[in-house]
Design a protein around this ligand. Structure first.
Ligand SMILES: [Fe+2]
Length: 194
């Protein structure tokens, strides 16, 4: 499905097709109400949302669940890494990351529940992958790359969320992740023993 709100999307899969859809909406595979359906008004509303590039409820829940599992993994990695760190500054930094990850887990759970869905109870595979890295600086760098993955997901997701409350929260999560990536990158670039 091609999407229209492409403001921020970094992906290259939109290019010319989006413009064409915008100019000539009636061609071929557009979401037109099938003739003879009993409730064309309800159907049309859903079709409009999809046509505008907004996510339907199930797609949004799936995207929020994916982020929730990733944040849960991130929180556990930060917690277990903080417990192993000797340097008080690094430990405080990992503790702060853990608190943020836990906070976004809570936000995502509330958002999923507000859509009348049951939040995933799983932890993303990222946790096991990260904890297999024995070197703490390398693991923190890996955690930061995971945070970068979350940023990319959020950049693609935010323009497609129609629910204003959820969109605002996801934007706050996006800027918080950018800040935390910067903090960890700065710390990892600093000379050892500082
Ligand atoms: Fe995160």
């Amino acid at each position: 499905m091609q999407t229209r709100p492409e403001r921020e999307s970094p992906s290259a899969d939109g290019d010319a097709a989006g413009d064409r859809v915008g100019v000539a909406p009636a061609q071929g595979s557009g979401p037109q109400a099938p003739p003879g359906r009993a409730s064309p008004v309800c159907y049309a509303e859903q079709a409009d949302a999809a046509y505008m590039g907004y996510l339907g409820r199930d797609e949004l829940v799936a995207a929020l669940d994916e982020l929730l599992e990733a944040e849960r993994a991130g929180a556990r990695v930060a917690e277990e890494t903080a417990a192993q760190l000797q340097d008080p500054g690094e430990r405080a930094l990992m503790e702060a990351i853990r608190r943020d990850e836990v906070k976004w887990c809570g936000m995502l759970i509330a958002a999923i529940q507000s859509l009348d869905a049951k939040p995933s109870a799983r932890t993303g595979a990222f946790h096991a992958k990260a904890m297999a890295i024995a070197s703490l600086p390398e693991r923190m760098a890996f955690l930061n790359r995971g945070q970068g993955w979350v940023v990319k997901k959020l950049q693609a997701l935010v323009p497609r969320v129609r629910e204003p409350g959820i969109q605002d929260e996801l934007l706050a999560m996006l800027s918080s992740h950018r800040e935390n990536i910067e903090r960890v990158a700065t710390r990892l670039a600093a000379p050892e023993g500082g």
